[in-house]
Structure formats: C-alpha cells, structure tokens
Write a protein that binds this ligand. Structure first.
Ligand SMILES: Cc1cc2nc3c(=O)[nH]c(=O)nc-3n(C[C@H](O)[C@H](O)[C@H](O)COP(=O)(O)OP(=O)(O)OC[C@H]3O[C@@H](n4cnc5c(N)ncnc54)[C@H](O)[C@@H]3O)c2cc1C
Length: 409
C-alpha cells in the first residue's frame, strides 16, 4: 500500500532542505516527506568550501551566474537575498562571518554545523526525512503524484524535485532527477556539462611537469575571431593533469559553452596579469642589458620562466639584446597571451556544479511551480543556473528553495 503525504520533496541537499523547512513553517500540520537516495544526505554541504561551507557571498547579483536568462535569475535571488540568508542561519544558531574575499562562512569554520542546523530545523518543522530511498519513477494520476523506488511508494498532492545536477555523482546527484523531470514533461537545456571544473592539457605539456606551482594569472576565453568573451584573474594552480584553481574553475563553463558553438574558441592565459603584450615587450626593451632570469626573478617562479624560455628556444641566461627580435616577441606572447591547448576537463566527478538543466522559463518564478506539470516544484541545481566560486551556488539553492517552500499549497 502506498504511503500518503501532502508534500514529497525528492532530494535532501541545500535546496530540498530549505524548501522543506519553509514549507513546514508556512503551513504546519501537513505531512511533508523528504526522500533522498544517499545513505548520508547533505554530502555536498559537508565537502563544500573545503569542509568549511562557503554559505553565500556578501554581494550576490545575477551577473555572478550563467545558464538561464539573468533577468529570470535576478527575480529569484531578490526574493531571498544575502541578508535574509544571514538572518535565516542566525535563527538556526549559525552565525556567519565575512572573509576578505567577500565569502561568508560559519564562524565555526565547520560544514557540519551548517548541515546539522538544517537537519535540526527540518526535524523541528516536522519534516520526515527518509533515506536511502532512490526515487526511480514518478507518475501523475488524478492530480496526485505517485513516487516510487520500485518497492515502496508515496502518493502526494505536491511534489518538489530538488535532486541537484550531475556534479559529484557519488554524493547522490547522478542526473537521475533530470529523467524524473523529463518523465513529467520537462525538457533540458541543449547542453548539460560540468562547470567549476579543472581543465586538462596533453600529458606532455610543460605545465603538467610544473605541478604544485600556484600563480595569479588572467585566463580568458577568446572567440575564433579574437574577441574576448569572458575573463577571470585569480589564483591558478598547475597540476599533473593540467590546470585548476579559482581562475580556471570559473572560466571553465564559459570556455566549454563557447567551444560548443565555435570550435575555434581559444583559452588564453596571461602569466603576468597587469602586463599586456605591449607593456611587457617595452619592459624588455627598456632593460636590454639584463638577463631574462633577472627580469623575471620577482615576477614568475623560476621553473615556469625556464619552461617558457625552453618553449621559445631562449636561454634564461640570455641577455635581452642577444635575443633575435622575432624570438623576443614570441617569448612576450608566450608570457602574456599563451594559447592553452586544452584537451578536456575532469568531468562531473570533479566538477563543483552542473551547467545546464531545466530552463527557468519552464517554471513560474514567483512560486517555482512548473509551467508544464501543475503541482510540481523545482529548485536548486536541477535548474539551468550555475554560479561562480564564492558561495553563489548555495545562495541559488537557498533562494529557489525558499520560494518553493513558501509557495507549496
Ligand atoms: C566539492 C564541492 C564543493 C562545493 N563548494 C561550494 C561552496 O563552498 N559554496 C557554494 O555555494 N557551492 C558549493 N558547491 C556547489 C553546491 O554544493 C551545490 O550547488 C548545491 O549543493 C546544490 O544543492 P541542491 O540541493 O540543488 O543539490 P544537491 O546538493 O546535489 O542535492 C541533491 C540531493 O538529491 C538527492 N537525489 C538525487 N537524485 C535522487 C533520486 N532519484 N532519489 C532520491 N534522492 C535523489 C541526492 O542524493 C542529493 O542529496 C560545491 C560543490 C562541490 C561538488
């Protein structure tokens, strides 16, 4: 016999818990059930921010996001903004602190405190959390949803899909939620791909042999015609497989999206942010009697200088006026406009978020209810919205989860 509930929420991540807590507060005395496939729900909250959980950012706006239209994203974010997030967590006993980067973390510096506060609040709001329960199929009959894992079933008038995307599949977010949404009439964006993901280079590339080096760098996506489409300047990490660090994670989704449309898209790195090709070339010309190693000593790690010189058949000990003009220019280009031969990315296993999903034009933004399937609500990463590093993805989960929670009838 199926179990009856007023509301079933699939997914006990940030968005699902938020929706549940607010649904419980808004209209008590309903039977609200959250189902989650994971043995231990909330895995992403726990691993977030290196175990400290970057809950939000002190300044959040639609320009920090991509995917669906920014105007639509803005409408959702302004209903539950950063101040409301801070107040909400304070009411749960979690004080947030702002770091110099603008990121907000719990004062405890522990993700556990964030997850526990949400689970406690869900419990207080009389939400029943059932796990592990992997929803396999959902059907709609006579205005009711029948939700099943193949053995047990639930019948509910309202359904929330908060199943996340495909990033970090071992956490339980394996993309199955998309199939559930599709079975209820939704469609996905043209592309669904890993975002905030490290990028790979051919194994023989010199960057792979410089694993461990971290430098500030500017990385930009250039169209085939040379136009700058997006750019980030931040810490950049060289690894045995290629590149990682905030600049690379942030640019990855823009590079991939552009590449899907234009195979001639390039990813260009400037190892010396602040120096254009011309500025750096002039710097060399103004210091002709100096050696390459001396000029770059305080600007780049020695190992990187050496590798860049080798790429251009220049010796680090060469004096600038000994280097032929063409090679000197080539060296300047390598340092300030290096065309990275990206071979791919590390995939969903290592991605922090999913680009793509269910487009926002398929939901009513004032309620997050589906325009296609009445009674169904969608929130969090399952939607076609992804933010940059800094707490923006959680803020999306809090905002969209809140609207869902207060709107479920
Ligand atoms: C390593 C890492 C670090 C991150 N750090 C940060 C950070 O510091 N700040 C930030 O803002 N963002 C961060 N993010 C991104 C952020 O964690 C996500 O955007 C956010 O958790 C998405 O919340 P969600 O509730 O929509 O989905 P999820 O957190 O993915 O939750 C979805 C839940 O649904 C369940 N589920 C899925 N399918 C089914 C099914 N068929 N049946 C039952 N249950 C199902 C899953 O088990 C899961 O518990 C990080 C992500 C990763 C991977």
């Amino acid at each position: 016999m199926p179990h009856h509930a007023d509301v079933v929420i699939v997914g006990a991540g940030a968005a699902g818990l938020m929706a549940g807590i607010w649904a419980g507060h808004t209209k008590p005395n309903r039977r609200i059930i959250i189902l989650d496939s994971a043995k231990k729900p909330g895995a992403k909250i726990l691993v977030a921010g290196g175990g400290r959980c970057n809950v939000t950012h002190h300044k959040v706006s639609e320009v920090d996001y991509a995917g669906s239209s920014r105007n639509a994203i803005k409408k959702v974010l302004r209903r539950f903004n950063v101040n409301m997030t801070i107040t909400f967590f304070r009411s749960l006993g979690v004080e947030l602190k702002k770091e110099d980067t603008g990121k907000l973390f719990p004062v405890t510096d522990s993700s556990e405190s964030v997850l526990h506060s949400l689970l406690r609040a869900a419990d207080k709001a009389n939400i029943q959390l059932i796990h592990p329960f992997k929803v396999q199929h959902i059907t709609k009959k006579d205005d009711k949803f029948i939700i099943t894992d193949g053995h047990d079933s639930f019948i509910a008038k309202s359904l929330v899909l908060a199943t996340g995307g495909k990033s970090l599949p071992k956490s339980g977010s394996d993309g199955h939620g998309y199939l559930l949404a599709k079975s209820l009439g939704h469609t996905l964006s043209h592309h669904v791909f890993p975002a905030l993901v490290p990028l790979t280079l051919p194994g023989t590339h010199f960057i792979c042999s410089l694993s461990g080096i971290t430098i500030p760098a500017t990385i930009e996506v250039q169209s085939g015609s040379g136009k700058t489409l997006e750019s980030f300047t931040d810490s950049t990490l060289f690894t045995h497989f290629g590149l990682s660090g905030p600049s690379v994670l942030n640019i990855s989704r823009y590079y991939k999206a552009a590449k899907l449309n234009d195979p001639n898209t390039k990813l260009i790195i400037n190892f010396l942010p602040g120096y254009t090709f011309e500025l750096f070339h002039n710097y060399l010309l103004n210091n002709q009697k100096q050696r390459v190693s001396q000029l770059l000593k305080d600007k780049l790690p020695d190992r990187l200088t050496k590798a860049l010189c080798e790429e251009n058949q220049v010796f680090v000990s060469d004096q600038i006026d000994q280097i032929p003009k063409a090679k000197r220019k080539q060296l300047c280009r390598s340092i300030t406009q290096y065309d990275l031969p990206v071979s791919g990315d590390r995939g969903f296993k290592y991605a922090e978020v999913t680009a793509g999903g269910i487009p926002l034009d398929q939901v009513h933004l004032n309620t997050m209810e589906s325009r296609i399937c009445p009674g169904l609500f969608l929130c969090g990463e399952i939607l076609d919205v992804d933010g940059r590093i800094g707490g923006f993805n959680f803020q999306w989960a809090w905002s969209s989860g809140y609207i869902t929670g207060i709107s479920i009838i």
